[in-house]
Design a protein around this ligand. Structure first.
Ligand code: KIV
Length: 270
């Protein structure tokens, strides 16, 4: 009997932690790649605000707007039938007031088709998390090297090395879990800290650059596929070199057009 769930829910993700089964999370930003990730059995598709960097070519996630997130979420949702779809709240859509955050999250759900929202921050985000959950919006937290605080950190740097940072990140993760977050992303922290958080909270932790002890892992799709051959980071493993392959295909196409080899009679109508 096939016991695999037809649709992954937040409840399934909690069960995975209890059962010690790893959770697979991957970002996606459009229908074609979201469909492939879903077919491949990825558990959670994250429409990340990394789209500012990998799709829009910006230097950070800060310029991404709520409308950008809704646009990409709508495309991703059309390609997914089984995976759980979570969408990032972009910078300044939730930091000023709880009301802003409620409205922004509502738009991601109502207009974007999100099944949950993700937001960055620890203790300072707990009130919003609790309010979102109270109105029926599941929340994934995000602690550690939270990219929307890039300039506060002075770059994309490992967080949680000092005792102060360690305490703040651990307290933040506990506060998110206590407020009702169903999962917590832990980004670019020392592996022992991620292991400590994973043991301390009852909800699944999803690591990126946070070691193997997390309950699941997330990577940016473009990094997994090697779409930008010039980008690399210690925590990224490339599973394909699609960037190089795409460049090769484009060059072959250009050569065929220029030499008259494309289109052939078989590729033309009589
Ligand atoms: O925006 C994003 O893609 C993310 C992941 C890197 C966790 O937040």
């Amino acid at each position: 009997m096939d016991t695999a769930p037809k649709k992954i829910t937040t409840a399934h993700l909690r069960q995975r932690k209890a059962a010690g089964e790893k959770i697979v999370v991957l970002t996606a930003y459009d229908v074609a790649f979201a469909r492939l990730a879903d077919r491949a059995g990825v558990d959670v598709v994250l429409v990340g605000d990394t789209l500012g960097m990998v799709v829009q070519g910006q230097a950070s996630t800060l310029p991404v707007t709520l409308d950008d997130m809704i646009y990409h979420a709508r495309a991703v949702v059309r390609g997914v039938t089984r995976a759980h779809v979570v969408v990032d709240l972009p910078f300044m859509s939730y930091q000023v007031s709880v009301e802003d955050g409620l409205r922004a999250a509502g738009r991601l759900m109502k207009e974007g088709g999100a099944e949950a929202v993700k937001l960055e921050g620890g203790e300072e985000a707990a009130e919003l998390v609790a309010r979102l959950i109270a109105i029926g919006i599941p929340v994934m937290g995000h602690v550690g090297m939270t990219p929307q605080s890039l300039h506060q950190f002075g770059g994309f740097k490992v967080q949680g090395r000092s005792a102060d940072q360690r305490q703040r990140i651990l307290a933040g993760a506990r506060a998110l879990a206590d407020a009702g977050a169903y999962a917590i992303v832990i980004e670019t922290v020392p592996a022992p800290l991620a292991a400590e958080i994973t043991a301390a909270v009852a909800v699944p932790t999803i690591g990126i650059g946070a070691g193997a002890a997390c309950d699941g892992q997330v990577l940016v799709m473009h990094d997994v596929l090697g779409l930008d051959p010039n980008f690399g980071a210690r925590f990224v493993r490339r599973y394909a070199e699609l960037g190089r392959e795409a460049e090769r295909a484009f060059a072959a196409y250009a050569a065929d057009v220029r030499s008259g080899r494309f289109p052939s009679p078989d590729e033309s109508y009589s």
